[in-house]
Design a protein around this ligand. Structure first.
Ligand SMILES: Cc1cc2nc3c(=O)[nH]c(=O)nc-3n(C[C@H](O)[C@H](O)[C@H](O)COP(=O)(O)OP(=O)(O)OC[C@H]3O[C@@H](n4cnc5c(N)ncnc54)[C@H](O)[C@@H]3O)c2cc1C
Length: 365
């Protein structure tokens, strides 16, 4: 049996390691545009210089799995067309291409490896006293602004967006606000409607807010993760309004049951784009493929959550407990213990990616 795995992020890496154990005779080929496994949850550290987000894929994938450095351009009838012109036949394809950003012109996107590297180079050139604007008040924007302020206290860091940490409880949101203030991050609660880049220095520009107010920014980073690669849509698979592949209860595409989907690019009702979702889904998707290969009955996937975590530099973090359906509970903790817990979770995610072993704590009802 031939299995192609498109994307070697959290979902894809977990799935490949799981498949290697469950169906060792299957011929598994992983297709990924980079030769590295990118720990996306560390990209804010990568750009601020407080950590590394990449490691060779060979350290993550099991032996015997073929890795192709390419992007899947189109999924056809039992075959995947690659951007280098090659075609891979498959009996099953595991789609795990993650999510992406749609940055405004004049901004640098931070949620991808390439964007984080551009941001790192631009930050390194900024002398003391310059202004960095981070757009996006979700987890990625908050973590990015806080990490830069922690690593470069000589810069002025501004975070722009509405509804800071919207999914958290009142108390936890207040604590995030306090944590940002302690790092001297200026919070601007408005939307950004445009950025006018300087002609000779495109990273610099004038930021326009929804209110009409304008301010100068020496570097503007776009940290809103809202879209997914259009591979599923381009391939004619059913997608939702955000372009995510629509799946059945076993994570199979409703258009083609040979295509099993996991992670940010899967439209699973009630799921949050996170590695907390991607890894259990990657494991479940691999189990679905293994069961189809072995002719065993399929098991439905169930989404459940325990917590949401936000780091605020290396010494502070907020851990919000959530109900199984991801709605926030009142309980949260923060401070150094929050930062240490978040680091432990990130390391645990790396372990799962390397082994395919995914632990699940029972969430509160
Ligand atoms: C700064 C930052 C901090 C974050 N912090 C947290 C956190 O604390 N907790 C949490 O749970 N989540 C966090 N997230 C979100 C989390 O990183 C993502 O939800 C998670 O990476 C999704 O996993 P995935 O496997 O679906 O996608 P990814 O990890 O994005 O992997 C997708 C892979 O597919 C590849 N790919 C893309 N297109 C193609 C193609 N056409 N063909 C082949 N391969 C392709 C990509 O190159 C990539 O390797 C954070 C994200 C960012 C950016």
């Amino acid at each position: 049996m031939k299995v192609v795995v498109a994307g070697a992020g959290y979902a894809g890496a977990v799935a490949v390691n799981r498949l290697a154990k469950r169906v060792p005779d299957a011929e598994v080929t992983v297709v990924n545009p980079r030769p590295d496994f990118v720990e996306r949850v560390r990209l804010h550290q990568q750009l601020a210089g407080t950590g590394h987000a990449g490691r060779p894929l060979s350290q993550v994938l099991p032996r015997g799995v073929r890795a192709r450095q390419a992007a899947v351009e189109k999924i056809g009838d039992g075959c995947a067309v690659l951007d280098d012109g090659d075609t891979l036949d498959f009996d099953f394809l595991l789609l795990a291409v993650g999510s992406t950003l749609s940055p405004l012109p004049g901004t640098v996107p931070t949620g991808t490896w390439e964007g984080a590297e551009r941001a790192r180079a631009a930050l390194a050139k900024l002398p003391a006293g310059r202004t960095v604007t981070v757009v996006g008040t979700g987890a990625t924007g908050i973590e990015t602004a806080a990490e830069i302020a922690y690593a470069r206290p000589d810069l002025k860091v501004r975070l722009v967006g509405r509804e800071l940490a919207a999914p958290l409880s009142e108390g936890a949101r207040r604590r995030v606000r306090d944590g940002l203030a302690r790092l001297n991050v200026a919070l601007v609660e408005d939307i950004v409607t445009g950025v006018r880049p300087e002609e000779d220095e495109p990273a610099e520009g004038t930021v326009t807010l929804g209110s009409g107010e304008e301010f100068a920014s020496d570097l503007t980073l776009w940290s809103v993760i809202g879209s997914v690669p259009d591979l599923a849509a381009r391939s004619g698979l059913a997608v939702d309004e955000r372009g995510r592949a629509v799946v059945d209860e076993y994570l199979r595409s409703v258009s083609d049951p040979r295509v099993v989907v996991a992670g940010d690019c899967a439209a699973v009702p009630g799921s949050r784009m996170s590695c907390q979702t991607a890894e259990p889904q990657g494991a479940h998707a691999a189990d679905t493929v293994a069961r189809m290969i072995k002719g065993e009955p399929l098991r439905p996937y169930k989404v459940e959550y325990v917590a949401a975590c936000i780091s605020l530099g290396r010494r502070d973090g907020v851990i919000q407990f959530v109900h199984r359906d991801d709605s926030p509970r009142r309980r949260y903790f923060a401070g150094r213990l929050g930062a240490m817990t978040k680091e432990g979770i990130v390391r645990g995610a790396g372990f799962s990616a390397r082994t395919g072993i995914v632990g699940a704590l029972p969430g509160a009802k």
